[in-house]
Every structure is written in structure tokens, then in C-alpha cells.
Write a protein that binds this ligand. Structure first.
Ligand SMILES: *Cc1c(COP(=O)(O)O)cnc(C)c1O
Length: 219
């Protein structure tokens, strides 16, 4: 089942778009089905669950953290992940940098842009992201690899498309204005189960898909 879902996705995703299998709330047996089908990048959004799964899964899995990260949980997450996709505050950015200084680790991160008009205020504004990318922020121990966004939770494709267009244009603007960043500022993480084809049309380099691979989550 998981295997069939993955094959379908692999055949539809353009090459060059990385698939992050969002495995939150699913047991390790399901993750192993995906692993055995060739999947190597997994996304989790809770530190405790991530730490437990890291111990049970093979060592060549590439873990991405995709949820809200509290600074007192960094030690449960940063040693294990190759990318923190969901950096949503200056406080967190500074804490990751400081952790990296203490542990001699450079962490790859994406800056999360707040999209949509939702109650959830998670994410930076465009102005904040431009400010961070202008270079006046901690960067010794982290590499800003790109942007991440979650479109408004709606069935209205026009609204979702407008969200994706907004983050795509910010991504392109930063690459145009900061050519020295372009070597590393390469990732645009947009698109989930319902909306990934639209995200791919708006330049996604990474899609984060849970339900279409593993089925519904039981909370
Ligand atoms: C859960 C989650 C996803 C995956 O959502 P699906 O609709 O199950 O594909 C993607 N991105 C983030 C940040 C998530 O928390």
C-alpha cells in the first residue's frame, strides 16, 4: 500500500523535486515500508517522536524537522536532522546558531514564510525574511538553504495558488538580489498531499507529503 502510493508519486514528481515523506503519527513499521520502497527523506514535527524514530530506523535516513520547534528541545532534534524546515522566529534562529557554536555543527535551515490569513501566526513576514537574508543576522553556525511555506487550509485553488505565487516570488527575489547566496539558497519547500501539483508548478524543489503516502493520521 505505502509502496504503491510511493511508486505513484515517484512516477508523477518531476526529477529534481525531492519528496519528503511526512511520517508523523505513523508507526515505524509504516516508515520501514516506505524505506524498503526506496524512500530516504522523512519529515517529523515532534521532537520526542523524531528522537524515538531515529533510534529505530536505519542510519542512512535523512531526517527533516517540519514542526514548531521550541528552543529547549534543540538537543533532541539538531544532532539528528539534516534540515530544519520550519524556522519561524528570530529567537529560534539565534538559538540554533548558538547551539551550533557549542556543538561545532552547522545546521541547514529553511525560513518559514507565514502564508494565508489563518489564526496560526507561525512564520516570518516577508519583511523579516528579507531582513534576515540581508546578512545582519547570525549565520556562523547555520546555512539558510531556502524557504518553506504552508498554503492556506482551503479548497479554493485560487487562494492556494496566490499563496504559492507569493512565496515563489520572494524566493526568486532573494536569489536575484543576493547572488552570493545562490549557491546555498536553493530550496523552496511548498506543497502537501492536497496541493503538491500546484506547488510544483510554482517552483517547488521539495514537497512534504504525508496522507497520500501513509493514509490518514490517527491523532
Ligand atoms: C503534516 C504536515 C505535512 C503533510 O501533510 P499531508 O496533508 O498529510 O500531506 C506537510 N507539511 C507540514 C509542515 C506538516 O505539518
Amino acid at each position: 500500500m505505502v509502496k504503491d502510493n510511493l511508486s505513484a508519486l515517484y512516477s508523477k514528481l518531476p526529477s529534481g523535486v525531492k519528496l519528503v515523506a511526512v511520517s508523523k503519527f505513523h508507526p515505524v513499521e509504516r516508515l520501514m515500508e516506505a524505506y524498503d520502497a526506496g524512500q530516504r527523506i522523512f519529515g517529523e514535527n515532534r521532537p520526542q517522536e523524531l528522537a524515538a524514530k531515529v533510534r529505530q530506523m536505519p542510519p542512512d535516513v535523512e531526517w527533516h524537522f517540519i514542526g514548531h520547534l521550541q528552543t529547549n528541545k534543540l538537543k533532541m532534534v539538531l544532532p539528528y536532522v539534516s534540515l530544519v524546515q520550519s524556522v519561524d522566529s528570530m529567537h529560534l534562529l539565534e538559538a540554533i546558531d548558538a547551539w551550533g557554536r557549542d556543538h561545532s555543527k552547522v545546521t541547514d535551515v529553511l525560513l518559514e514564510l507565514h502564508l494565508g490569513a489563518e489564526e496560526t501566526k507561525q512564520g516570518f513576514s516577508e519583511e523579516e525574511i528579507l531582513m534576515i537574508c540581508s546578512g545582519n543576522t547570525p549565520s556562523e553556525n547555520l546555512r539558510i538553504r531556502g524557504l518553506m511555506g504552508m498554503a492556506t487550509n482551503t479548497e479554493d485553488e485560487d487562494v492556494i495558488e496566490a499563496d504559492f505565487a507569493r512565496i515563489e516570488s520572494l524566493f526568486k527575489r532573494i536569489r536575484a538580489e543576493r547572488p552570493e547566496m545562490c549557491g546555498t539558497f536553493t530550496e523552496l519547500s511548498i506543497g502537501m498531499s492536497g496541493d503538491w501539483p500546484l506547488a510544483v508548478r510554482h517552483g517547488a524543489t521539495m514537497v512534504r507529503i504525508g496522507t497520500d503516502i501513509f493514509g490518514p493520521r490517527e491523532y
